[in-house]
Design a protein around this ligand. Structure first.
Ligand code: LLP
Length: 438
């Protein structure tokens, strides 16, 4: 978050609110979201891509990938900053619609959409349905025929790029579940099948190569391959597709080891490649869209915990590792356990001059893999009652949260201008028990 600083007592302050006040008012653990920071990032992506593509194709469309984190307030804020909204389930779609997002500025993804989800999207008038497989071409067309509407679709292409990221979040190599492979001709055949169905309006091709990606090359290769198919469709069918979507996946800095590309550089790099590829193929530049999620919302949020039990373990080399247990854990941030993700942690409620010690921040769950931050040097006098902040938890933390061990999920609290407001309330034991019908 951009508006973080220490107040006079040395407590972290975000959006003009000290964390000590946040903890007193909202309890811990809590996700604390800096509204101004989120809005600035959203606007930053919109402006960067619009500028980079202005001369080529009249600007670009930037979808917010709601899977990173979605609630009605955030859906409204990103829409106010000029973003469109990408959803991948009926549930995410429902949040966008409830928030009052213009359905024409929403898209529905998903590798296994139900007929009910397709019908809901078409009835609501969603702007794009991204077809992910051959059978889905006919399924979307059949639902559209039944409703008497024409469905605007993109075809999701697996371009065969090995993205340098964790294998669970790489999506453009061929041996995974998403998309229609380019290399086997399946993508081209699906595009032909869409063109052949009058109930479908083929708007363009889509590629998403993966997530938490730092080098622009992967996107460039994807763009070149997608433009080649775009040109082939034009040659084979005489159809000029108006759009191309290059997906999301732009990396963010979890620790100082990550250096994400500024949106401007990313956008300009993509614009250069799309322009060159289109020139090489002799086609006009279609309108370009992208779908960042993590890079928009991730840095805007930190998780605020209260420290409890500590335990010192002497390691083989004689070094001591201190385990600091916090009042949440893998139920509010499973990314460390699931992807070996890196986070940092800091003593948030006060300044400390105590020499730092090697610390592992762990949760309260009943398993040893319940680690929030693997290795961090933290103040040696950190102990029970201190507040601990883990930054960069805006993306895929609340979204992936569970109620493991019947731990209710934390609230999302927004801060701005010295005021805090609960966007998503804390779950209670009663909420959980209400599902248990005896
Ligand atoms: N577009 C599509 C089609 C996607 O599948 C995704 C992410 C995005 C956009 C947004 O990617 P982003 O810009 O947020 O990286 N749970 C994992 C990430 C899964 C990403 C799935 N798809 C994690 O916590 O790292």
């Amino acid at each position: 978050a951009r508006t973080v600083r220490r107040d006079g007592d040395g407590a972290l302050e975000v959006g003009g609110v000290p964390v000590t006040r946040l903890a007193a008012e909202h309890g811990t653990p809590a996700y604390v979201l800096d509204e101004d920071d989120l809005r600035a990032r959203a606007r930053g992506f919109v402006e960067a891509f619009d500028e980079a593509f202005a001369d080529l194709c009249g600007g670009a469309d930037v979808y917010y990938a709601g899977k990173a984190f979605l609630c009605t307030a955030v859906a409204r804020w990103v829409a106010e900053e000029g973003m469109l909204l990408e959803t991948c389930t009926g549930g995410e779609m429902a949040v966008g619609l409830r928030a009052g997002v213009d359905p024409a500025r929403m898209a529905l993804h998903g590798n296994n959409k139900s007929d009910a989800e397709i019908e809901r999207a078409l009835r609501a008038g969603l702007g794009r349905i991204v077809v992910d497989s051959s059978p889905e071409v006919d399924r979307v067309a059949d639902v559209a025929a039944r409703l008497g509407v024409r469905a605007p679709v993109l075809v999701r292409v697996t371009v065969g790029v090995e993205a340098h990221t964790h294998s669970y979040i790489a999506t453009a190599h061929e041996d995974q579940k998403f998309g229609l492979p380019l290399s086997t001709g399946e993508a081209a055949r699906a595009a032909a099948a869409v063109i052949a169905r009058p109930e479908l309006d083929l708007r363009g091709l889509h590629s998403h190569i993966g997530s938490q990606i730092f080098d622009v090359e992967g996107f460039e290769v994807a763009a070149r391959r997608l433009v080649r198919l775009h040109a082939q469709v034009q040659r084979d069918h005489g159809v000029v597709l108006p759009e191309i979507d290059l997906g999301g996946g732009f990396g963010m800095a979890y620790t100082t080891q990550h250096q994400p590309l500024p949106p401007r550089e990313l956008a300009q790099g993509m614009a250069r490649v799309v322009a060159a590829a289109c020139a090489a193929e002799g086609v006009d530049v279609p309108r370009v869209s992208v779908e960042p999620g993590r890079a928009v919302v991730g840095p805007s949020t930190f998780t605020l915990y209260t420290a409890g039990t500590t335990k010192d373990v002497v390691l083989d080399g004689g070094q001591t590792r201190r385990y600091v247990a916090v009042d949440g854990g893998m139920s509010d941030n499973v990314r460390t356990a699931l992807y070996s993700a890196d986070y940092s942690a800091t003593l948030a409620s006060r300044r400390s001059d105590a020499p730092p010690v090697l610390t592992r921040v762990v949760g309260k769950h009943c398993e040893s893999g319940d680690i929030v931050v693997m290795d961090e040097f933290m103040a040696g006098d950190l102990g029970a009652g201190d507040l601990v902040a883990v930054p960069g938890t805006g993306a895929y933390c609340r979204a992936l949260a569970s109620q493991y061990n019947h731990v209710p999920r934390p609230p999302v609290v927004a801060v701005s201008g010295g005021v805090s407001r609960v966007l998503v309330r804390r779950e209670t034991e009663e909420d959980l028990l209400a599902l248990d019908l005896g």
